[in-house]
Design a binder for this molecule. Sequence first.
Ligand SMILES: Cc1cc2nc3c(=O)[nH]c(=O)nc-3n(C[C@H](O)[C@H](O)[C@H](O)COP(=O)(O)OP(=O)(O)OC[C@H]3O[C@@H](n4cnc5c(N)ncnc54)[C@H](O)[C@@H]3O)c2cc1C
Length: 480
Amino acid sequence: MQTLVIGGGLVGALIARELTRYEMKVLLVEKREDLGQGITKANSAILHGGYDDPPNTLRGKLCAKGNRLYNQLAEELKIAVNRVGSIVVAKGEEELRKLEILLENGKANSVEGLRIVGRQELRKLEPGLSKEFDYALLCESAGVIEPWMVAIAASMNAVNNGAEIITGNGVVGAIVESKRAKRVKLSSGREIEADLVINASGLFYEQVSSFFGVYAPPVKLRKGEYILLDKRASTLVNRVIFPLPTAAGKGRLVVPTIDGGVLLGPTSVEFSDFFPEDVSTTAEGLISVRESGDDLIPGIDSPQWFLKSFAGLRPESPQKDFYIKKADELENFITVGAIRSPGLTAAPAIAEYVVGEVIGSMDLKLTPKDDFNPFIDERLRIKELPFEEVARLIEADPKYGRIICQCNEVSEAEVIQAIKDGARTVDGVKFRTRAGFGRCQGGFCSWKIASILARELNKDMSGVRQNSQNSWIINGKVRT
Ligand SMILES: Cc1cc2nc3c(=O)[nH]c(=O)nc-3n(C[C@H](O)[C@H](O)[C@H](O)COP(=O)(O)OP(=O)(O)OC[C@H]3O[C@@H](n4cnc5c(N)ncnc54)[C@H](O)[C@@H]3O)c2cc1C
């Protein structure tokens, strides 16, 4: 049996990994140059507790479960998870009622570590919080993570367990016969046979389902704009801080990031049309993000801390829930679409649900493999190691002593390891090693990374790309 997963975001990668527990050939096809560069790349990166998703939805059922599954996943895939906790803040008695409703909802969703705290405890938990807030819903199980590392590590583990990953090659069409998906066509012209197709293509789930003549609910894109702040801002905030949620979503937050920075945002603006590449930011959006951050933590919007702005797109649908379903039209096609927030948190539970419940209900017999290995090897980060250990590493390999990214202390050896792990672009190295994520945002290290890529991949510098094929960095030699 050959199963094809379309889309190498964190959802597709975790599904592919889950499938490699069974006797079958698994193929993952991703149209971009690297994994985890779609919605997975630009979001709030929070492991939500799961207290605000309605209990009768898939979101409600899978969020808290996914949150718990990250404990095991972090060990197996060596993903950094920081359970900093979160608070939803409220003013006065009327807003306290809203926190109580969230608390009840959280209990119905089996959320762990959830309780309401009053003024005194709130001051201790978050000394930098605006004094206007009287209460908060504290969720100790909430945390922060690097979402793209979930996609990268899950696909590395899937490959170790026999899967094949194809990147830079998107699905552009399909051949369907006798109510079955038979083959998919890739942009390169290659055709792939499939006994089972799983569509996990993020923003494009409706388009990809349509290639197979399968209905999926219409996708509406909703943009979220962010400002990333320097590590110095992190002295003002300990946990993820939410305002009260509204009909438009969870609101604009203050998030301590896993590498020590702070994120402000996101906005929530619905597109009238399908513009999946529009991740531009606007003055209006960024001003609102600053102001909302300052309402929660006065002074956090200090301009000297601003590092960069960016935006991500949410795949919303009319039912406001994940759409995970075997197609009515075909016997061997599953859509995993509308994976909006809390899709990052729910993803491990989504993967289990797709394989256990959806495939489990189909006329397919899955035979578990005896030799499935859930672990990958740890990748060293010299920044996180004791000095003596770094000294030992340098003695064995001097490339551990050559620092490429000064801001995040990433060595040449780590850059080379990232290339061995599949990085083919400057961003591929950046997202695997954190080189270029710091204060200078790659201003000093990008060219060094580009030259290491050229050397290790045995190509000319002009052939190295920032991320996609058309994102060239160097045009050619100006002098010979
Ligand atoms: C602003 C924002 C904030 C969010 N914050 C949070 C949060 O804090 N916590 C949380 O739990 N969730 C959050 N989410 C939701 C979470 O980020 C998403 O649910 C999750 O990343 C979705 O992952 P995915 O794999 O479904 O999509 P993607 O990462 O987009 O993966 C789909 C992949 O399919 C590929 N693809 C598309 N078409 C094709 C094709 N034809 N052929 C081959 N490949 C194709 C794409 O290139 C892409 O890589 C947020 C989302 C947004 C936008």
